[in-house]
Ligand binder design. Structure first.
Ligand code: ADP
Ligand code: ZN
Length: 434
């Protein structure tokens, strides 16, 4: 029977980690150079040979990889082993364009599931738990990743996948789910659906939730309240294997990166310059021991900060802040940079529901920004004057956060479509006029 505990590597000293990273990087670069022509050409173009890479510090000599490289080499161009040695593919959600396909050997699957198992252990998971996985199964990495991690920990795994909310609730209550894994937007929806059926937070046995795959901000507290749990963040991307590259511990203040498998850098997205620790920039990952799909200096386009501040959980691995949005999520509205997460922050801090949608358009050559947000049933009861006052307050708060005006629309509960996977928060209709 599986009985998985936090591995020692998570509390290893900085020196031990660096030693492991040094060794693994040398091997990983050699592996990619020898087996991936596209990568070899990139290295040659930059005039760097595998022999030039002796320690992790030498990583700066290597070229970056981007999503465009992966699209260009689709489907097999980045494969570093024989196809017959691969056992699985997964694919991105295609949030920002053509999907990317990633390949896995059995070793790669084990490595990924190990990372997810660490995430489950970090939220208190043991073989006593019932782990309810409502991430989508299939090409999307969420379901398979947490499913594998849950098996490793020895939890009773409920492979629910997304959708069919009535069945989710029935199994959750009948089988006593204790850990819920899904996107934060679906967790919020499940909380809402439970309340609508007359269940109180104490009617379920859930104690923790592992929520990721999309940005979420102050939503944490409302999910915790509605489900009666502690909500933890988990991060990853298909290209690096899937969720579990980093995860939150009990401190809930940033996600520990599995540094023995992934090396993180923060760069200036404009210049590519590596920024000192603590500065905000684009997150770049290097896989250290992947076989089928090694990724060296991969630009995630996620904007965040790294921190080595001592963590009370005892883990020594570096922490990344919650991504503040992707550099390509950023909207430029009337010349001003706007991140959807800033809008979410304003709405949730002002006590609104996490059910909102942002519409951007262009009228008479001017960009327009319309934000729709649902009122709670209690807010809905207020008088028209009270609602008008709310709207005025929100317009002011948006202007001070974003630096530009937004038209606010306070709408009735259930007006905005719910999402079972990654939520569609932004509809940018400007492209239609180009
Ligand atoms: P796609 O790029 O098509 O969405 P993935 O499904 O692989 O493909 O998604 C990976 C991306 O999801 C990350 O690069 C990041 O932008 C986002 N993401 C994943 N986890 C989180 C998280 N916990 N917080 C914010 N964003 C996240
Ligand atoms: Zn910690």
């Amino acid at each position: 029977m599986a009985n998985y505990y936090q591995p020692e590597i998570e509390t290893a000293s900085r020196e031990q980690i660096i030693e492991i990273q040094n060794k693994k990087l040398v091997k990983q670069v050699k592996h990619a150079y020898e087996n991936v022509k596209y990568y070899r050409d990139l290295m040659n173009k930059k005039g760097v040979k595998p022999e030039d890479i002796k320690t992790i510090e030498d990583i700066k000599k290597l070229p970056f990889l981007s999503k465009d490289d992966l699209r260009e080499t689709y489907p097999y161009g980045m494969l570093a082993v024989d196809l017959k040695d691969c056992v699985r593919i997964q694919s991105t959600s295609g949030t920002t364009g053509k999907r990317v396909v990633a390949f896995y050997t059995q070793h790669d699957i084990d490595l990924w599931e190990e990372c997810c198992a660490r995430a489950i252990v970090a939220v208190g998971g043991t073989k006593e738990d019932v782990c309810h996985v409502s991430y989508g199964y299939g090409l999307f990495t969420g379901g398979p990743g947490l499913n594998g991690g849950s098996h490793k920990v020895g939890c009773l795994t409920l492979p629910m996948s997304s959708g069919n909310t009535d069945r989710q609730i029935q199994f959750m209550l009948d089988l006593g789910s204790t850990i819920l894994c899904c996107t934060p937007s679906y967790a919020a929806y499940l909380g809402e659906a439970l309340a609508e059926k007359g269940y109180k937070p104490e009617d379920n046995k859930l104690k923790a939730g592992i929520f990721g795959a999309e940005p979420w901000t102050e939503m944490r507290r409302s999910i915790e309240k509605s489900l009666g749990i502690k909500a933890y963040d988990i991060y990853g991307l298909t290209e690096t294997s899937g969720p579990g590259v980093s995860f939150e511990c009990e401190e809930q203040s940033g996600m520990h990166i599995n540094e023995d498998h992934f090396y993180a850098e923060i760069i200036d997205p404009e210049t590519g310059e590596v920024l000192p620790e603590g500065e905000k920039g684009e997150l770049v990952f290097t896989s250290l021991d992947k076989e089928a799909f090694p990724l060296i200096r991969y630009r995630t386009r996620d904007i965040c900060v790294l921190s080595r501040k001592k963590c009370s959980c005892g883990r020594t691995h570096v922490k990344m802040s919650k991504p503040m949005g992707r550099s390509d999520d950023m909207l430029i509205i009337r010349g001003v940079n706007v991140f959807p997460s800033q809008i979410e922050n304003v709405l949730l801090s002002a006590g609104y529901t996490p059910n909102y949608q942002i519409f951007v358009d262009r009228v008479n050559n001017t960009d327009t920004l319309d934000v729709y947000v649902e009122l709670t049933p209690e807010q809905m009861q207020e008088s028209d004057d009270e609602k008008a006052a709310r709207e005025k307050l929100l317009v002011g708060a948006m202007r001070s956060m974003l630096g530009i005006g937004a038209k606010m629309h306070l709408v009735a509960p259930h007006t905005i479509a719910r999402s079972e996977g990654k939520a569609v928060r932004v509809v940018d209709n400007r492209k239609l006029h180009d």
